[in-house]
Design a protein around this ligand. Structure first.
Ligand code: AN0
Ligand code: CP
Length: 315
């Protein structure tokens, strides 16, 4: 694998999940692979899990890690071509990406959606310009439209906890006071579309995601009905796609409660974290034995590690 920008860059999701689970049992066995190699982690947005787990994954492979918070420490970058740079932007991505490529062997980037300009977000200007001008492999640590390291960790987690061949997996929207990106939901859907599962998406009307991503995945507007017999409840808030980036509804009745979880087949509760307690999900659910969010976050290390391993082996 050259770059990891989307879950669809994997040759085989199933094989990758199996390889990651094997790696998890013996995470230091490929420490020689990254010897003398450096990864740069560039953050244009905040992070806890992605930053620490990707760093840990790289270290498990023997790599050196450089982290840079571009949002607060880097020069403000220009991404458009041909602009007269006489405003606040100090450096063009064209130079920045080439320079970074001389210091590192892999570059990983987090750059969220603006949620104000749909066209620019969908063009993935940060990720794609780095890919265009960098001469080294690029890894997506959550871009405007996807979070494929998260989706792979979610797939590993479902594989570990499923008790039947074809589990029922529900992606449920839940309320949140601030506008959040679509990336986590998008990549989760793309990942589920590659799985043998009974997959259902549930959200209030007007929270439809990009139909080019949901394709023919089942959408059930009645959350109670969607939860019936579910084996996994995967929860995420996202802002409106139609009224791009707007919070059109914060209906508290969509919060995940113990009562709702009772309708499921003793389902496991999943969330990528960070999560707002008693807004997205009740304490009782998050603190229950069926909540697997901590192990899900643990799997971020092995999701990143299997991806970095594949890239190191290919280059
Ligand atoms: C981000 C999001 O919803 O995309 C990151 C999640 C991994 N969440 C927040 O900004 C709270
Ligand atoms: N799930 C996830 O990506 O978490 P962070 O935003 O803390 O990295």
């Amino acid at each position: 694998m050259k770059h990891y920008l989307s879950i669809n860059n994997l040759d085989s999701l199933q094989k990758t999940i199996e390889e990651a689970i094997k790696l998890k049992k013996s995470p230091l066995q490929f420490k020689f692979l990254g010897e003398g190699k450096t990864i740069c982690l560039l953050f244009f947005n905040n992070s806890l899990r992605t930053r620490l787990s990707t760093q840990k994954a790289a270290q498990n492979l023997g790599m050196n890690v450089i982290v840079m918070n571009f949002g607060s420490e880097g020069w403000a970058l220009e991404f458009e071509d041909g602009t007269v740079m006489n405003q606040e932007k100090s450096e063009h991505v064209k130079e920045a990406a080439q320079v970074i490529s001389q210091y590192c062997d892999i570059v990983a980037i987090r750059a969220f959606a603006s949620l104000t300009d749909k066209e620019k977000d969908e063009a993935e200007i940060v990720l794609h310009n780095f890919k265009k001008y960098a001469t080294i492999p690029v890894v997506n640590m959550e871009s405007a439209i996807g979070h494929p390291l998260q989706a792979l960790a979610d797939a590993i987690t479902i594989e570990e906890y499923k008790t039947k061949e074809k589990p029922k997996v529900v992606l449920s929207w839940a309320p949140h006071p601030k506008a959040l990106p679509h990336a986590v939901a998008n990549s989760f859907i793309e990942m589920m579309q590659l799985q043998d599962a009974d997959f259902v998406i549930t959200h209030p009307k007007d929270y439809e995601l990009n139909p080019e991503i949901t394709k023919n995945s089942k959408i059930e507007y009645n959350q109670d009905k969607a939860f019936e017999n579910a084996d996994f409840i995967y929860v995420k808030n996202w802002s409106s796609y139609k009224e791009y980036g707007k919070v059109v509804n914060t209906d508290a009745s969509w919060m995940i409660t113990e009562e709702k979880m009772k309708k499921t087949n003793n389902a496991k509760f999943m969330h990528c974290l960070p999560v707002r307690r008693n807004v997205i999900v009740e304490d009782a659910v998050l603190d229950s034995n069926n909540s697997i969010v901590i192990e899900e976050a643990n799997n971020r290390t092995y999701s990143a590690q299997i991806i970095l391993k594949k890239i190191l082996e290919n280059n």
